[in-house]
Design a binder for this molecule. Sequence first.
Ligand code: PBE
Length: 267
Amino acid sequence: NEAGSIGETVGNRIIGIDPGAGLMKASAKALQDYELRNWSLLEGSGTAMTAALDKAYKAQQPIIVTGWTPHWMFVKYDLKYLDDPKGSFGASEEIHTIARLKLDKDQPSAYRFLDRFHWTPSDMEKVMIGISEGKNPDDAAAGWVKDNAATVDEWVKGIPPASGQKLKLALVAWDSEIASTHVVKNVLESRLGFKVDLLQVEIGPMWAGIAGGDADAMVAAWLPTTSIDFYNKYKGSFEDLGSNLEGTRLGFVVPSYMDVNSIEDLR
Ligand code: PBE
């Protein structure tokens, strides 16, 4: 049948990302919910996933990847999410900013800015596109900050600058978080006088780093679902500064040239 043929064209494989990602947990749940028993979800990384997508897309070959929004891949390629009528991937989420305990007392200027930091999916995408086109993340972030001076002015308004104090921001090397973390780093350095180090780690150590006080903050908590295991594990050992972006999405993603529209069609 036609559904069987979709599986055959992609070897019954879905290209995943790093195993700790909430997206991988949701993807495994989707395989269960839709009873896709003969399918496998491949572990890898965000970078390997986009490389596989790029290769397949250029050859107009079929491919199914685990994807998320905001992401530059939706700008660069003509893609579609597979419908998820069972809701395995959850609803649209917020990304929260998370600080270590006592950051408000120790670094009040950084804390006040982090608490205010808020932007939109299209802002984040602009930075992501620049990086995907070869800009280094610092330059892409600096360009966005320059182009959005009025927004940045609001973020830092009335906050006294520091004088070279050090801060450590934790992140996982997902393209979305590389973009947001570099923008926050740029503002802390160029507008508030901090010296920022980035701690690029896996998702578990990112949360443990904040909870243990080894890192000062991160802007990568997808809630209420994607990052909830880590949120609950470390609850009480960090401060949730609330949403910095609304309107995310997760799911299985395919090139638009593929003749498949729903996860149900994979059975
Ligand atoms: N992501 C990007 C992450 C959160 C940010 C969707 C790949 C995840 O945990 O799945």
